[in-house]
Design a protein around this ligand. Structure first.
Ligand code: 5GP
Length: 346
């Protein structure tokens, strides 16, 4: 094997989508809902294939209340226990199709899942670890499939073809989550030098997954509605969003005024010092923190941002003659560019 892989790998900002002659005259003609059948789970799903990230800022019941109205899924973070789910169920109800229970693979993880599913019904399990290349992830996925044969199971994160195939075929998961290092609060690439530009990762992994009747989630790196269109155009079946859904009224934390007089909210990665201290009491000493805490602009109600993203997707579809999200990969041709925006007045 070559020590160096030549051929440029691409991020969302390295491309634009080529417009094409279109017979879709209005955004209202575009459908953003998709129906999926999965490789192992017999449970069909119909909804908007966007997922709010399982971070403690965006994977909350407050987010779920808004997003479910748009049939967008909330991946709830792994620090909720069975009583938290019960409380949410009693307070506003929980639709088993529009939230995911997330888990790591450490001791007690399987038992936690069993406890939660004793009390609440949920069709999704998201098995999420930073480095999806370790063998123990595949083993854990198999155990989860044995215990919960009907659920839609997701595992990640990885960014290359062979591990996507391994997780689907050996791990028996329905969906693989793609992304190492693209997240806004992520410092993996800085701390380890490991990663893959997100658009190329999506294109490679979608091809691998679809080849064995699996699906993928493009996770991380969405900075604007155009990025989301590029992720779907590249073949992502679902797109997961963290920072772009953070900084709203519904996300935790106070609004702070910055030295520039603008309003901000705090956002942090799930392996940042802040997250470790909040959930585990202290930083685990064997690992460096591969996440950071940052201030992001305060954006008001989440609903406004969601409508902006959904509107952007519809508009992309009218430019490329795609009647629905499902048709986007078929209708998308990317143009490699040296500059995607006019930034002269920023
Ligand atoms: P965003 O939409 O903010 O660009 O990316 C969200 C994704 O970043 C999450 O779904 C998750 O995969 C990833 N992420 C969240 N926290 C951390 C962290 O502390 N470290 C790393 N490496 N990735 C993170």
């Amino acid at each position: 094997m070559n020590k160096i892989e030549y051929g440029m790998k691409l991020d969302f900002s390295n491309v634009l989508i080529r417009p094409k002659r279109s017979t879709i005259n209005s955004r209202s003609e575009v459908s953003l809902e998709r129906t999926f059948k999965f490789k192992y789970s017999p449970l069909e799903w119909k909804g908007t294939p966007i997922i709010s990230a399982n971070m403690d800022t965006t994977g909350t019941f407050e987010m779920y209340q808004i997003l479910k109205k748009h049939k967008i899924v909330t991946a709830t973070h792994k620090f909720y226990n069975e009583f938290d789910y019960l409380e949410a169920l009693n307070e506003g109800g929980l639709d088993p199709d529009y939230f995911m229970v997330s888990t790591g693979i450490g001791p007690g993880s399987l038992e936690r899942l069993e406890k939660i599913f004793k009390y609440i019904d949920c069709h999704w399990i998201c098995i999420d670890i930073a480095n999806g290349y370790i063998k123990s992830l595949v083993d854990f996925c198999k155990k989860v499939r044995e215990k919960f044969p009907k659920k839609r199971i997701i595992a990640g994160n990885v960014v290359t073809r062979e591990m996507v195939e391994e997780l689907i075929l050996e791990g028996q998961v329905d969906i693989v989550k793609i992304g190492i290092g693209p997240g806004a609060a992520c410092t993996t690439r800085l701390k380890t030098g490991v990663g893959m530009p997100q658009l190329s990762a999506i294109i490679e992994c979608a091809d691998a997954a679809h080849g064995v009747r699996g699906h993928i989630i493009g996770d991380g790196g969405i900075t604007c509605p155009g990025d989301m269109s590029k992720a779907f155009g590249g073949g992502a079946d679902f797109v997961m969003v963290g920072s772009a859904f953070a900084g709203h009224d519904e996300t935790p934390g106070d609004i702070r005024t910055g030295s520039d007089g603008k309003q901000y909210k705090s956002f942090h990665g799930m392996s940042s010092k802040k997250a470790m201290e909040t959930h585990y009491g202290k930083m685990a000493t064997y690992r460096s923190s591969e996440g950071r805490e940052l201030l992001i602009p305060y954006k008001g109600p989440l609903e406004t941002t969601v409508l902006d993203y959904l509107g952007g997707l519809r508009s992309t579809c009218t430019y490329i003659n795609a009647p629905s999200i499902k048709e986007m990969p078929k209708c998308t041709t990317f143009i490699q560019v040296s500059q995607q925006l006019n930034t002269s007045l920023v």
